[in-house]
Design a binder for this molecule. Structure first.
Ligand SMILES: N[C@@H](CCC(=O)N[C@@H](CS)C(=O)NCC(=O)O)C(=O)O
Length: 215
């Protein structure tokens, strides 16, 4: 397996955690999102991922984009340990938690969205940070309320699920943009439990081959 990704990308971070949980070896191929106008726009990479974004997983010569699709694929080729509960309602709860982050928070804060805010509306660095903080708080508040009903040691009960693979990267990103995370006690508790596990430790943006030494 080859994972095209970027150390700081939250969507890449989700997939690294999932691969580690499943115990699947992979080759790390960095795609720098800023160098040379962004390597995600390069001709060869665009053939793999027409959305110009990371991550992309290549397995048996076939490419898969979108972290949710990748987790779903990993679950089917390597069912244990599971990332999704079997019960249809419980599975929907886990997917709902993932989607609060995947479609509710992350897309509004993406590099290309911030770039357009700057280009079209002359947003400066402070305005962009305010934008990020606003939408991150909005989504994390919903997630905190939702997970108060469902969390145990982890996001859903006492087993690690896909929701944990999404949560930790989201909070790491929140920290980077100085979102007041103390307001989310359930999310913080679950994060602390996840970060005791080797799969999460190894996937950290601080420990990847393309992590700059000063990070
Ligand atoms: N929904 C996608 C999101 C992927 C995504 O937005 N990746 C970001 C990094 S976290 C990216 O590559 N952005 C490049 C850009 O905006 O130019 C997924 O889950 O894979």
């Amino acid at each position: 397996m080859i994972l095209y990704n970027y150390f700081r990308s939250s969507a890449s971070h989700r997939v690294r955690i999932a691969l580690n949980i499943k115990g699947l070896e992979y080759e790390y191929r960095p795609v720098h999102l800023l160098n040379n106008g962004g390597e995600q726009h390069g001709e060869e990479y665009t053939k793999l991922n027409p959305s110009h974004e990371v991550p992309t997983l290549v397995h048996k010569g076939r490419a898969i984009g979108q972290s949710m699709a990748i987790l779903d694929y990993l679950e089917r080729i390597q069912p244990t340990p599971p990332l999704f509960p079997q019960d249809p309602y419980e599975r929907a709860v886990v997917v709902q938690a993932c989607e609060i982050m995947n479609s509710g928070i992350q897309p509004i804060l993406n590099l290309r969205v911030l770039g357009e805010l700057e280009k079209r509306y002359s947003a400066d660095a402070n305005s962009k940070t305010e934008w990020i903080q606003h939408w991150m708080k909005y989504g994390l508040t919903a997630l905190e309320t939702f997970l108060q009903r469902h969390a145990g040691t982890y996001c859903f009960g006492n087993e690690v699920t896909a929701a944990d693979c999404f949560l930790v990267p989201q909070l790491v990103s929140g920290e980077r943009f100085k979102v007041p995370l103390a307001n989310y006690p359930t999310l913080n508790r679950v994060r602390a439990n996840c970060e005791k596990l080797e799969a999460f430790i190894k996937a950290s943006p601080l420990r990847q081959p393309d992590t700059p030494p000063t990070t």
